[in-house]
Design a protein around this ligand. Structure first.
Ligand code: HEM
Length: 541
């Protein structure tokens, strides 16, 4: 209650005073210096600094009495924006956590950002108070790309999200789906191996492996989704799909639009950017609809009663025809899978391969494990569980190079309590999953790529989305909003590493001795800064 007079009177009065002072300083120094020529300098200093001092005094007192989390002092309108800038990446937030503690608050213009950097508090946000913190914050650009929350990934916690998650689970996220499609995944992976073997240049000069793996992952996901595939990297539909998705990622992940998102006053300057997003989204959804969704509708209609559901989108269209979701929701599910499933898994593959090239001894150990355990049998989805070192390599990749280092932001719809502090309602709540998995307080030499840690001191640590959870290791999040795609991503990653390592020695191209594993981040992502060129030298058996 003590906070009320501050909110109602002191904050607006001093906020206005501060704004007037800024105008005063501008007019005095730059625009109309002659107006102030006759005033004594001490008086000018007093009228400038006394209200400022009072503002900051009350701000500090009342902020602590409302028990908001600690954080840098903020100024009206802009908050901490000038101090922290746009690029709020996992490293910057980790260094701020060392100064302000395991939960701290930043004001970004009109928005509150709460940053959580401790396993206990992460348990609170994702599990114990999973309902309270289970929403997603709105953002001017994501409102466009999700049709104001008609999707599943970015929608608020509630009835719509529950329905979408239930409808998506059956066709995408069950063990039955994994068993149904794992042969197809292997088939796509074998094609990669064959392509790499065919090309002589690949053995010495190497190739940018991302491009071929991208085609493989699009084919895996589009075969599961639509029973459709792309012929090659030159297939016009592949070129168009990847262009649409990468432009969507670029616009959504950029830090360029933060100023207009944080500070409503500046939003008119974003008009051009938002129009670009709207135009792209219209054309992109029309593309998915015309070439994929409509085709399945036609097949379903032609088969009538006899139609057997044969891919994920058939299930989704079926749910729409039963009136559970709208036609737009169907398209937003396609949109979500395109962004959530493909790039994340592709980034993880690129990191894993780059680290394996830089650590030939680890490649050798995976190969030895496979030949020792499987005795010449091929690696398949059903025997992956017999290969702990391979699995440890996947885990270590996701620990050191967490593809979504801050998870997808959470939000508390109502005011909430966290670690003894008050979290104002509708705060964006970020869990720094990368820091939880790379803090030397909790991990031995965290900067080292060492899969052995998951068989030695960390043998009980698993990337799981439920059950017994170690909250220092959350590459897929945890709890209600955790990644349902973990059930597909882990075996796909294990299989591709196994296929590549058993068929090739992966090396740096002739004349180089290390792959650059430095990273580059966006609003939600961490990916390799330079796509690696890798030489694949076939292993003769
Ligand atoms: C290595 C690959 C992947 C990683 C690291 C990853 C990571 C994540 C993370 C961190 C979240 C947010 C968790 C949170 O907010 O607490 C998430 C959400 C999600 N992921 Fe994944 N993901 C991967 C692959 C996939 C795949 C293959 C699919 C689908 C086929 C998928 C579908 C989703 C969906 C639908 C959500 C939103 C869940 C919700 O809001 O309820 N992901 N993922």
């Amino acid at each position: 209650m003590a906070y009320l007079p501050y909110l109602l009177f002191i904050k607006p009065i001093f906020g206005t005073t501060l704004t007037l002072l800024i105008i005063l300083a501008l007019t005095r120094n730059f625009l109309y210096p002659q107006l102030y020529a006759n005033l004594p300098p001490t008086l000018l200093s007093l009228i400038t600094f006394v209200p400022l001092a009072i503002y900051f005094f009350f701000h500090t007192i009342f902020k602590s009495s409302a028990a908001l989390p600690p954080g840098p002092l903020s100024i009206p309108i802009f908050g901490n924006w000038f101090q922290v800038g746009n690029d709020l990446n996992h490293c910057l937030l980790a260094s701020m956590a060392q100064k302000y503690g395991p939960v701290f608050l930043l004001k970004l213009g009109s928005k509150n950002l709460t940053v959580v950097s401790d396993p206990e508090l992460a348990t609170q946000v994702l599990h114990t108070q999973g309902v309270e913190f289970g929403s997603r914050p709105r953002n001017v650009v994501f409102d466009i790309f999700t049709g104001n929350g008609q999707d599943m990934v970015f929608t608020v916690y509630g009835e719509h999200w529950r329905k979408m998650r239930r409808i998506m689970t059956l066709p995408f996220f069950t063990n039955k789906v994994v068993h149904q499609y794992s042969n197809m995944w292997e088939e796509e992976m074998e094609m990669v191996v064959n392509d790499l073997k065919k090309d002589e240049k690949v053995k010495t000069k190497g190739i940018v492996i991302r491009k071929r793996l991208q085609l493989m992952l699009y084919n895996i996901m589009y075969r599961m989704m639509f029973d459709a595939k792309f012929e090659s990297q030159e297939d016009p539909l592949f070129i168009e799909a990847t262009k649409f998705n990468s432009e969507r990622s670029r616009l959504a992940q950029s830090f360029e639009y933060n100023y207009g998102d944080f500070i409503p006053l500046l939003r008119p300057f974003l008009r051009g950017y938002l129009n670009k997003c709207r135009d792209l989204q219209l054309r992109r959804l029309a593309f998915f609809n015309k070439y994929y969704v409509e085709k399945r509708r036609e097949i379903m209609a032609a088969n009538g009663e006899k139609h057997k559901i044969s891919c994920a989108i058939d299930h989704i269209i079926d749910a729409q025809m039963k009136g559970e979701i709208s036609e737009e929701n169907v398209l937003y599910i396609v949109e979500n899978i395109n962004v959530a499933a493909i790039e994340t898994t592709l980034w993880s593959m690129e990191w894993a391969i780059a680290e394996l090239v830089n650590h030939p001894a680890i490649q050798h150990k995976i190969r030895q494990e496979i030949s020792h355990v499987l005795k010449g049998e091929p690696v398949t989805e059903s025997n992956l569980h017999e290969l702990p070192y391979l699995q440890a390599t996947v885990k270590e990749t996701l620990r050191l190079h967490t593809p979504i280092p801050l998870l997808v932001p959470h939000m508390n719809l109502g005011e909430a309590k966290l670690g003894g502090f008050t979290i104002p309602k509708e705060s964006k709540v970020i869990v720094n999953a990368w820091w939880l998995a790379n803090n030397p307080k909790w991990w031995k030499n965290p900067e080292e790529f060492r899969p052995e840690r998951f068989l030695e001191e960390e043998r009980d640590t698993d990337a799981v989305a439920g059950g017994k959870v170690d909250f220092r290791y959350l590459p897929f999040g945890m709890g209600r909003r955790s990644c349902p795609g973990i059930i597909l991503a882990l075996p796909i990653l294990g299989l591709i590493i196994a296929k590549l390592v058993t068929n090739f020695e992966m090396k740096t191209p002739l004349g180089t001795d290390k792959i650059d594993v430095s990273g580059k981040g966006g609003q939600f992502s961490l990916h390799i800064a330079n796509h690696s060129t890798v030489a694949f030298s076939p292993i003769m058996v």
